[in-house]
Design a protein around this ligand. Structure first.
Ligand code: FAD
Length: 523
């Protein structure tokens, strides 16, 4: 099931077991000043804060705190500032894959309990004031159920926190039209590294506002976000509100050409969602092959419909159209018109009508399957890259058709985005070209595959990054994880000096988000 994302993980971090973690060097340094926070860390809390979805890095903090209000965050940051070594990491839902929300021997803030509850605000338009530790699925449920309203831009998977995705980008199939989540924020409340609570927006403390968006947690702990809302898609009389469609392509050039055409249509002619993925041309592979194409569980292709083509990799464009009051016949007609110019293999069309909430929650169902088969608990060496449209055909030939011709044990997303939807004042780094693709290699390792499978996946990620570099692609890793200053400087390119200056301004002794390994805390 397509989802999205993540980071470049190298195995250079020290891997320790849970048991080792208690005895690692992190604990000692962290005892200093922890007493001032008035908490003793329970072993279970330390274990939670020492791991993430990636499952490859285990870094114990000195303690885990559960702030329930912004003042608790202010206090933690102030205590760390007064100490000689403590650092502070906000932990959203821990869905990073390379230890980005960890703090060796420091203070981890579990943001999930932060209040107050969500609130509808009228400020020109309608918006929601949302605590940063809220999950996007909570925002969806609250907005639709209480107000019939919802944000416009999502992630594929909704059990991520608002503060976590706003610190990275927040990308899904709506981003071509509405921009990523970081481009859909009206105001933030942030506790900066000097212990100050600040409210910022495009017109108030705008430098901090844009610094925090995609800022990898470096400039402040986001405690509240104001997210604009629009009416949720209207339902037809049968309560369905989204037509969800998949069409299959043999040729990458046709797939990419159609996807690029679709994301540049005027709003009145555009789908509401455009994504897509590459998959292995293998009828018998239940994970990487044709079985990944059907939309709803239980639906399968008739084998007769699967063409005998020899390409190792095929492509599936995934689209959605909101019904907006149209009855089924009206939707059928509109979809037919919109699909007509596309060059997919005729006959290979799948479609389902679902509710808006069900559509947006689709990856939650994939999570249930992964939990049941054990792959949610195994390591996830995910890699997300943004690759310029001018390099994507070569990327397809080199990476999908050669390095990844047997798949990654999970979705391989590849779909276009528009640079004009990303405000250059934000911290997040994107390629230079106006159109670029999100390539998300969402690797799942089978429970009994052993260390060799993980090592092979990590080596493949390294090979892919090496290939992007050696071929001179215009690319950026999304939700990156580097450890050397040279790599970070290369990642941010000409914006590196601005990033360093913002760090000096908002977190002068580098207390915040040490797990990103960009800056070292000053002694
Ligand atoms: P964490 O992993 O807990 O934190 C991430 C970073 O942000 C850390 O450095 C942390 O210190 C910092 N941080 C967290 N909260 C705050 C805060 N309140 N203030 C300041 N800094 C903070 N991304 C997409 O764009 N689109 C997707 O569709 C998508 N799908 C995903 C699906 C899965 C199953 C997974 C595991 C990840 C997915 N991601 C996706 C990636 C996801 O956006 C990032 O991993 C994100 O950081 C996870 O959010 P989190 O709340 O778990 O943050």
């Amino acid at each position: 099931m397509p989802t999205i994302m993540i980071a470049y993980v190298e195995q250079r971090q020290r891997l320790v077991s849970d048991g080792d973690a208690e005895h690692s060097d992190g604990g000692d340094a962290g005892q200093e000043n922890i007493g001032a926070l008035g908490v003793a860390a329970a072993a279970g809390d330390i274990a939670l804060a020492a791991r993430d979805f990636g499952g490859m890095v285990f870094i114990p903090p000195a303690t885990l705190l559960r702030p329930s209000k912004t003042d608790d965050v202010v206090r933690a940051v102030c205590v760390a500032r007064r100490s000689s070594r403590l650092t502070v990491a906000a932990r959203g839902n821990g869905h990073s894959v390379g230890g980005q929300a960890m703090a060796r021997g420091g203070v981890v803030l579990d943001m999930r309990d932060l209040g107050p509850p969500m609130e509808l605000v009228r400020c020109g338009g309608v918006a929601a004031d949302v605590p940063a530790g809220a999950l996007w699925e909570e925002v969806l449920e609250w907005g639709v159920r209480n107000h019939g309203m919802a944000p416009t831009s999502w992630t594929d998977y909704l059990r991520l926190t608002v503060g976590g995705t706003l610190s990275n980008g927040g990308i899904s199939g709506q981003a071509f039209r509405h921009g990523p989540q970081v481009a859909n924020v009206a105001e933030l409340e942030v506790v900066t590294g000097d212990g100050e609570r600040r409210v910022c927006s495009p017109s108030l403390c705008s430098d901090l506002f844009f610094a925090a968006l995609g800022g990898l947690g470096q400039f402040g702990v986001i405690t509240r976000a104001r997210i604009p809302l629009v009416p949720a898609p209207k339902m037809a009389s049968d309560r369905r509100s989204v037509r969800w469609i998949r069409v299959v392509y043999k040729e990458f050039e046709e797939y990419a050409g159609d996807a690029e055409w679709l994301v540049t249509r005027a709003d009145s002619e555009a789908f509401d969602y455009v994504e897509g993925f590459a998959f292995v041309n293998d009828v018998s592979d239940p994970v990487n092959g044709w079985a990944s194409v059907p939309i709803l569980p239980g639906s399968v292709f008739e084998p007769a419909k699967i063409p005998a083509v020899s390409e190792p990799i095929l492509y599936c464009l995934e689209l959605a159209l909101h019904h907006n009051h149209r009855e089924a016949a009206g939707v059928d007609e509109r979809v037919k018109e919109m699909l007509w110019p596309l060059r997919y293999m005729r006959g290979l069309v799948l479609a389902a009508d679902v509710s808006y909430v069900d559509f947006l929650s689709r990856v939650g169902r994939a999570e249930e399957e992964a939990r049941a088969n054990g792959t949610w608990a195994t390591p996830h060496p995910w890699l997300n890259i943004l690759v310029s449209s001018s390099d994507i055909a070569d990327f397809d030939r080199t990476v999908f058709k050669r390095i990844l011709r047997r798949g990654v044990g999970g979705p391989m997303l590849v779909y276009p985005l528009l640079r004009s939807k990303w405000d250059p004042r934000m911290s997040v780094a994107v390629p230079e070209s106006e159109m670029f693709y999100l390539v998300a290699l969402l690797r799942f390792i089978a429970p009994r595959a052993g260390d060799a499978a993980l090592e092979e996946a990590v080596a493949q990620n390294r090979e892919i990054i090496g290939c992007c570099r050696s071929k001179g692609y215009d690319f950026k890793v999304y939700a990156p994880h580097y450890e050397s200053e040279a790599d970070w400087a290369r990642h941010f390119g000409r914006d590196w000096a601005r990033f360093v200056e913002r760090k000096r301004r908002y977190d002068p002794i580098a207390i915040l988000a040490p797990g990103q390994t960009i800056f070292a805390r000053a002694e």
